[in-house]
Design a protein around this ligand. Structure first.
Ligand code: DX5
Ligand code: ZN
Length: 221
């Protein structure tokens, strides 16, 4: 069970302190939402921000590219210090070539599915990736509500993935919604607002983890 606070919800004027807080609070990953104003109707941050935070944290930089041409921009993100690159299957006419390219860059490879994209879109690709990210909101903005109708997709993927592959849910995850996502089989939980808007982010991370773990125990019981 891994908690991945999304930097999108942090105070951008104090990134170093915000990152230190979630690192001390026990997060395993830092989720970086890169938006290009084209694949999604919003612009967030890019390579220079990844490069700036790399030296100030040991957290795994879980980099979510919500951009139109992931193949073109992957290498600069890896050079800047990204540990994983998750791209959208909808963003590429040839996702297989993006995966091959990422493999050559020696980075952890993730693929993401928009809410309206079925698991079938990963036909022939599922074996080739390290992580699948299931969007539980429409990508583009933090602070939206979790869409429970994505849970069957999570269950379906959980049944198909190998134990060494990770299943991440992204969007609207909080101490309430995380339970259903964990019970459905997700093991990695992106949480922006629920962590960074909390009065005590370290406590929020602990609460999320406990809720996920107890839901997972119930699932195996
Ligand atoms: C949405 C992003 C998410 C989002 C999560 O486009 O991919 O990572 O920022 O934020 P919350 O947890 O606030 O929904
Ligand atoms: Zn994300």
């Amino acid at each position: 069970m891994r908690i991945a606070p999304s930097l999108l919800a942090a105070d951008f004027s104090r990134l170093r302190d915000e990152i230190a807080r979630v690192e001390a609070g026990g997060a395993e990953l830092l989720h970086l939402d890169v938006m290009d104003g084209h694949f999604v109707p919003n612009i967030s941050f890019g390579v220079p921000v990844v490069a700036a935070i790399r030296p100030v944290t040991r957290l795994f930089l879980d980099t979510h590219l919500m951009i139109t041409d992931p193949r073109r921009y992957a290498e600069p993100f890896v050079k800047a210090g990204a540990d994983s690159i998750t791209f959208h299957v909808e963003a590429s006419p040839d996702p297989r070539s993006v995966i091959d390219h990422l493999r050559r860059l020696n980075v952890v490879v993730g693929v993401s599915l928009n809410p309206n994209t079925p698991v079938d879109a990963l036909e022939g690709l599922l074996d080739l990736v390290d992580l699948v990210n299931v969007m539980t909101v429409e990508p583009g903005f933090g602070g939206q509500s979790f869409r429970p109708e994505m849970l069957p997709k999570v269950r379906d993927l959980a049944a198909r993935l190998r134990p060494d592959q990770r299943l991440e849910v992204d969007g609207g995850v909080d101490a309430g919604t995380i339970t259903a996502a964990a019970a459905a089989g997700a093991d990695t939980f992106v949480a922006g607002t629920a962590v960074f808007a909390a009065h005590d982010p370290a406590k929020a991370i602990g609460d999320l983890r406990r809720a996920a773990e107890s839901a997972r125990e119930d699932r195996h019981a």
